[in-house]
Design a protein around this ligand. Sequence first.
Ligand SMILES: [Zn+2]
Length: 321
Amino acid sequence: MKNCITCGSRDIRFLIQRIDQYSYRYCNDCRLVLADPMPSQEELADYYDGFMGGGVDETSSFGFKLQSRKAVAKNFIDWLKKVDSTFKPEGARLADIGGGAGFFSEGFRCLGLKPTLIDIDPQACKFARDSFHNNFETLNADPVEANLPSEFEVVFMNQIIEHYVNPNALIQKAMSWLKPGGFLILTTPNQMSKFFWFSVYFFYNYLRKTSQKKIPLNSFFRFLQIPWICCDPPRHVYSFNPNNIKYLLEKNGLTVVHTLTEMNGFNRFLGKTKYNWTMKSPRNFISIFGNLFELLGSNLIHRLNPKKTWGHHIITLARKP
Ligand SMILES: [Zn+2]
């Protein structure tokens, strides 16, 4: 087995076998969880053709999604201004790596930036061009294959790194496109999240992948020891934590400015989680109860965790020296 892609350790161990062709492994030093085997190029090409093409999922309208993405873009730009008072969004070039249907790119454009969306899915790129009237540049390519000049003030990589078989190649791309002093904003699900304790359905779905019918008890205990949150091949092939994200960025020459995690329902950056509170039939009572359990539980956990490392998402801000 090769070395760990983030910390370089050779201590890679077996975690658990799924019901399909995949198993999970983990690094015994930095706790990175990875899929084994990694999906093939053909499998990935099939999987991502039309992945984000529709642009809007059935639970949110175009308008709602655009508004929420604009708010998130503003949160991030306000953060950059705070970190560097000389940062000016007007005219700043931003690479939206794996930007999908373009809602974030449009959000950043509304704040004065000049986004370039780079996405592997041709349908998503078409959706972005049609929906946002070519307001920003769209490049239909695999980001690790794309060549762009070193002219970017910001690289935005929202929930992308966990999809890539070779995250180092993706970070090197970000490095090569950034100007000196440029920012990388990276988000990914947090392996150390304690959110699953309060989200029964979420927890059940993660364990379900390892079982035919009944969930084996050893899956349950293994998940408590080394949760494979988000590792879900061929979609997500890694599960990161705040430490190994830092290793990954620093080994590729970036300087980490800040890393934090946030809990669903208490997000500072990634926007509000949309809960459904409508009571139309007795069945809704169960989902309302589930929502309350999740909100109260995660609130409690958040308060018990002074370092705030248990949130659902990792958010990292790094700079090119
Ligand atoms: Zn490692």
